[in-house]
Design a protein around this ligand. Sequence first.
Ligand SMILES: NC(=O)c1ccc[n+]([C@@H]2O[C@H](COP(=O)([O-])OP(=O)(O)OC[C@H]3O[C@@H](n4cnc5c(N)ncnc54)[C@H](O)[C@@H]3O)[C@@H](O)[C@H]2O)c1
Length: 448
Amino acid sequence: MKAATALPVTELKHKLETRQARIGIVGMGYVGLPLALLFSGEGFRVTGFDIAADKVATLNAGRSYIVRILPEAVVEAQKAGFRATADYAEIAAMDAVVICVPTPLDEHHQPDLSYVTGTVEAIAPHIHEGQLIVLESTTYPGTTEEVVAPLLESGNAHGLRVARGADEAGVHVAFSPEREDPGNDTVDRRDIPKVVGGCGRAASEMAAALYGTIFRRVVPVSSPAVAEMTKLLENIYRCVNIALVNELKQLCLRMGIDIHEVIDAAKTKPFGFQAFYPGPGLGGHCIPIDPFYLSWKAREFDFRTRFIELAGEVNTAMPYFVLDQLAAALNERAKNFKGSKVLVLGVAYKRDIDDLRESPALTIIELLRKKGAEVAYNDPYFPTVGRGRKYDLNMTSAPLDHLEEYDAVLIVTDHSSYDYAKIVREAQLVIDTRNATRGIDSPKIVRC
Ligand SMILES: NC(=O)c1ccc[n+]([C@@H]2O[C@H](COP(=O)([O-])OP(=O)(O)OC[C@H]3O[C@@H](n4cnc5c(N)ncnc54)[C@H](O)[C@@H]3O)[C@@H](O)[C@H]2O)c1
C-alpha cells in the first residue's frame, strides 16, 4: 500500500499537469473506448480494461470494432502508451480509474447492476490510497454511495476506506455521467460539459481535475447522487418528449395534419420549445432503459414516476402502431401479412450508427415474422444480425436491388447513405416511419 498523503488532490493535479498520471478505463465499449482515446490524445498513458478477450486482442493489434473509430486512432493512441488488458492486477498502477460498463435492465425490467458490481469487486483488491475511482455508467441515484463505495471498502484487504472528509486518507470515489450522442458530429466531444460529483470534496476536485484535461468545461455538483440524477433527468426529458410527439403524430394522422410540418413551424419559436421527432419506437442503450432505473428506485420511497410509466407505454406501443399502418396499406392493395415480402430498411437504432441495442427494428422484424410475413432487411452498418439480448434473428443484409419484388419497403432507420428517391421509384409500397421521404411526392408512400 502507498504511504498516506494528506494532499491527494495536489498530487493528482501535478501528475495530470505533467501527464505522468496513469489512467485506467474499465469497459472498452461505445463510451469507454472513445474516452480512452481522448485521454491518449492529450498525451496520457492509458490502459483499457475489458473482460472480452476479442476486444482486448483487437485493440492491441491496432484495430477497432466500432465503425466511427478508425484503426488509425487506436494506433495513434498506442504511440502514447495505450494498451488493453483483461488483468485487473494492473489497476494498482493507475492513478485514476474510470468505469464504463453496461447497466441494462433484467428480464423483470429492473436494474441489472451485475456488470458494475462485478467490476468493482474485481478492482477492489488492487485499489490504493490516493487513487481516484469514477463511475460513468448510467444508474439510479445512490449507486455510487450505496453500492460502489461499500464494495470497494469490503473488497480490499488493507482496510482502505472511501475518503469523505477534506484531508481524510483513503480511496476517492466520484460519479460522472457520460453524455455522448452517437452519430452527432455537430458538437465536439470536448465541448460537452462534464458533470462530476464526488463522495467528498477531495474526490470532486480530483474528478474535476481529471476531466478538465479533456473537457473544456467541468460542472461540479454537491454529491454523486446529484450527478446520477442529472443524467436521468436528461434522458427522461427526452423519453417523455419523444412519447409526446409519438402520441401527437397518431392524432395528426387521423386529422390529416403533417406532424413534421407542425414541428418545423413550432421550432421557429426562439424560446420555450425544443424539437423532438416521432419514430417507430425507442432504441439505444439509454432512452428505453435509463428511466426505469429511476422508477425502480422511486418505489423504495413509496413514489410512482407516472410520467416515466406513461412515456414508456406510448413509446413501447410504437412498433405495433407501425405494424397496424403496414397492415392497412397492404390491405388497400388486397394483401395481408401472411406470405407478403417486406424489406426493413435500417436496423440500427438510429441514423448512421453501428449500434443495434434495443432497436425497434428488431421488434418489428420479430412481429412481422410472427404474422407470417417473409422479412428481409438492409443496413450498411450490419452485414448480419445474429443473436441479441432478446432476439435471435439470424439474418443477412439483403442487397438493395429488385425492390419491386417486395410487397412493401419499411423505412425504420433513415441512414443518410440511402437514395430515397430511387427507393420510392423502384418499390411497390414505401412505409416511412422517419419522414425520410420528405419532399418526394408519390402515391406509393405511406408516412406514419
Ligand atoms: N453508448 C452510449 O451512447 C451511452 C451514452 C451515455 C451513457 N452510456 C452509459 O455508459 C455505460 C456503458 O455503455 P456502453 O454503450 O459503452 O456499453 P458497451 O456494451 O458498448 O461497452 C461496455 C464494455 O464493458 C465491458 N465489460 C463488461 N463487464 C466488464 C467487467 N466486469 N470488466 C471489464 N469490462 C467489462 C464489455 O465487454 C464492453 O466492452 C452504460 O451505463 C450506458 O448506459 C452509454
